[in-house]
Structures are given as structure tokens and as C-alpha cells.
Design a protein around this ligand. Structure first.
Ligand code: FEO
Length: 169
């Protein structure tokens, strides 16, 4: 059984993951509007991944006999200066999510809630990957200065991304 405090913290995280999905969908719409279909596809896959994260927390709360209480999701921004700014915001957001996951892991440790600690391990590794893939895109954008032929190539590369739900034990 989850403690009330842990239940609340996990419910908060459902909201954060849903907000992440919303944020990346807004970024996808921004790119689609500019005709940057590859970037739009990358962000759309990212949004689907976040929805998957939200549902993992949702299911875990139920599995542990907790109560899922959904919260209002804030409206995300809808406009950015340029492509690099979108990805810098993405990285900032992911770093914030990483900090939240670490706080949850600390709480699990404080409460000697080992099951939740094990559950969170997957997210801890996932965040390393998420931050890395965003840094990778930022690196490429800086290399090509967000312009020209390089952008066309990056657009094509990012457009190949599809979200396949991972098999999780
Ligand atoms: Fe669900 Fe991108 O962290």
C-alpha cells in the first residue's frame, strides 16, 4: 500500500508527464505550422512517449492500491523564437523532470518504500537517455547554425523517429 504522501507525489507526476506530452505536442504543432514535418514528427513521437510515461505512473498507483486523482493540465506555450530555442526549452524541461524523478526516489528511500524505488529505477535510466537525445539534437543544430542544407538533412533524420512502446518488466 502506498503512503498518502507517496500517492500524492505520484499523482503529481502523472500530471507532469501529461504536461510534458502536451508541451511536446505544442512544439510539434509549431513545427508543423512551419512546414518542418520531420521536426514535427520527432516532437509528436516525444509526446507519445510522455503519454506512455504518464500511464506507467497511473497504472503503478492502482497496482499499489493507491488512488489516481487527475489534476488540471496547464496550457503549454505555443510560440518560440526559433528551432534551437525549442530544443533548449525541451532540455530545460527534461532536466526539471529528472529532478522530480530524483525527488520521488528520495521520498521512496525515506519511506523505505522499496517497490516504488524499484519502479522508479526505470525512469532514472530513461531520463539519462531523454536528456542525451535532446542534447544530441541541440549539438547538431549548433553545428549547422539552424540553417540551410543542414536543416533539410536534420529534418529528414528526425522525421524517421517513431514511438514504439518499450516492453517493461
Ligand atoms: Fe517523461 Fe521526458 O520525461
Amino acid at each position: 500500500m502506498l503512503s498518502e504522501k507517496m500517492n500524492q507525489a505520484l499523482n503529481d507526476q502523472v500530471k507532469w508527464e501529461m504536461y510534458s506530452s502536451y508541451l511536446y505536442l505544442a512544439m510539434s504543432a509549431y513545427f508543423a505550422d512551419l512546414g518542418m514535418t520531420g521536426f514535427a514528427q520527432w516532437m509528436r513521437a516525444q509526446a507519445q512517449e510522455e503519454l506512455f510515461h504518464a500511464m506507467r505512473f497511473y497504472d503503478y498507483i492502482s497496482e499499489r492500491g493507491g488512488r489516481v486523482i487527475l489534476q488540471a493540465i496547464d496550457a503549454p506555450p505555443h510560440d518560440w523564437k526559433n528551432t534551437i530555442e525549442v530544443f533548449e526549452e525541451t532540455l530545460k524541461h527534461e532536466e526539471h523532470v529528472t529532478a522530480r524523478i530524483n525527488n520521488l526516489a528520495n521520498l521512496a528511500q525515506d519511506e523505505r518504500d522499496h517497490a516504488t524505488g524499484i519502479f522508479l529505477q526505470w525512469f532514472i535510466s530513461e531520463q539519462v537517455e531523454e536528456e542525451d537525445s535532446v542534447r544530441d539534437v541541440i549539438g547538431k543544430l549548433r553545428m549547422i547554425n539552424g540553417e540551410g542544407q543542414g536543416m533539410l538533412m536534420l529534418n529528414a533524420e528526425l522525421g524517421t523517429r517513431v514511438f514504439t512502446p518499450p516492453v517493461v518488466a
